[in-house]
Design a protein around this ligand. Structure first.
Ligand code: ZN
Ligand code: ZN
Length: 350
């Protein structure tokens, strides 16, 4: 039997989000019912609620940075018990059988693709609805444990922003002796600074202006440069092992590739709307790599949460009520947030 729960939904593309109710499936054998406490607002929530990537289905309940408490478990659940602190990120299922799923890289599932936490179709054929709601039912295999050591509200953004930067930092071996540049210091970028610093890398922020310099240095950056200043690109030429580009606007790719040393890699985690181009000479003159990376698998997401808790890392957040979601969207688009909006789901329970 499905249960109706309170949620905030976009009724149609570009329409303001409004309070409504949505169905949640009955708790199955391997399911966990989560009482959601906090949900982060990711830039991709806005893209999808406004159907900017195409193919969106409505009504849409966004939210894939979910933190809460287990309220009920199915009879076959072994990993979680009522009262546990848990999270859900960008996916709630995948085929579980392809090579990538078996390797714990479910986000790259080739057996039909990962099933998104919202704006997707679940295994039961019903639309999936995200975290801007009071409860969610998820198979335990796609639920994460949030360790003590990180507050639930600051943990919520780790489920997308945190893993999106942790995965490439680990894959490209950010650590002691490595020089890492983070392009952009928003929701993703500020977590990249914290995590790269905790991994032991020397961290440089490349931001449009020096407006966030004090924050950047406080969060763990060793250096902070403005990309609006052409001198930055001369001064830092050939100096980084890794550049994590969190910006979703189109950049001068050649200029950034020029900042990499021999065998350096530039990894894109933001998704610009338009294609970008670059000169292949920018790669071959120093055996450089231009790459992309998308969130992380379930195993690695748990590793990230454990790492963040161990190092006392959470997101810098601005807590809002559900009735401020539409206003928050406008502020995200204006880059007017330091550094992540998190919805206090208690505001939906009144
Ligand atoms: Zn996201
Ligand atoms: Zn798969």
């Amino acid at each position: 039997m499905t249960t109706n729960v309170t949620a905030y939904a976009a009724p149609a593309a570009k329409a303001p989000l409004e309070r409504t109710t949505i169905p949640r499936r009955a708790v199955g054998e391997h399911d966990v019912l989560i009482e959601i406490k906090y949900a982060g607002i990711c830039h991709s929530d806005i893209h999808q609620a406004r159907d900017e990537w195409g193919g969106a289905t409505f009504p849409m309940v966004p939210g894939h940075e979910i933190a809460g408490i287990v309220a009920e478990v199915g009879s076959g659940v072994t990993k979680y018990a009522v009262g546990d602190r848990v999270g859900v990120g960008c996916m709630v299922d995948s085929c579980r059988e392809c090579d990538n799923c078996r390797a714990g890289q479910e986000q790259y599932c080739t057996g039909g693709g990962m099933i998104g936490t919202y704006n997707a179709t679940g295994r039961d054929g019903e639309p999936t609805y995200g975290g801007y709601s009071t409860h969610i039912v998820v198979d335990e295999a796609y639920v994460l444990r949030i360790p003590e050591g990180v507050a639930l509200d600051a943990a919520a953004p780790l489920l997308c922003a945190g893993i999106t930067v942790y995965s490439p930092l680990r894959h490209w071996n950010a650590g002691p002796g490595k020089k890492v540049a983070v392009v952009g210091m928003g929701g993703l970028g500020h977590m990249a600074v914290k995590i790269a610093h905790a991994l032991g890398a020397e961290v440089t922020v490349l931001s449009q202006s020096l407006r966030k310099k004090d924050d950047g240095l406080k969060l763990g950056a060793d250096h902070f440069h403005a990309t609006s200043d052409p001198a930055t690109f001369q001064e830092l030429a050939g100096s980084f092992d890794l550049i994590v580009n969190t910006v979703s606007a189109n950049l001068d790719v050649d200029a950034f590739l020029g900042l990499l040393k021999l065998d350096g890699a530039m990894v894109n985690v933001g998704a610009p709307e338009n294609p970008s181009s670059f000169n292949v000479f920018s790669l071959l003159t120093a055996r450089r790599t231009l790459a992309g990376s998308m969130i992380g698998g379930i195993r690695e997401t748990q590793e990230m949460l454990d790492f963040c808790a161990e190092h006392g890392l959470g997101a810098e957040i601005e807590l809002i009520g559900a009735d401020q979601i539409n206003e928050a969207y406008e502020r995200v688009l204006a880059s007017d947030v330091r550094y992540r909006f998190v919805i206090d789901i208690a505001s939906l329970r009144d």
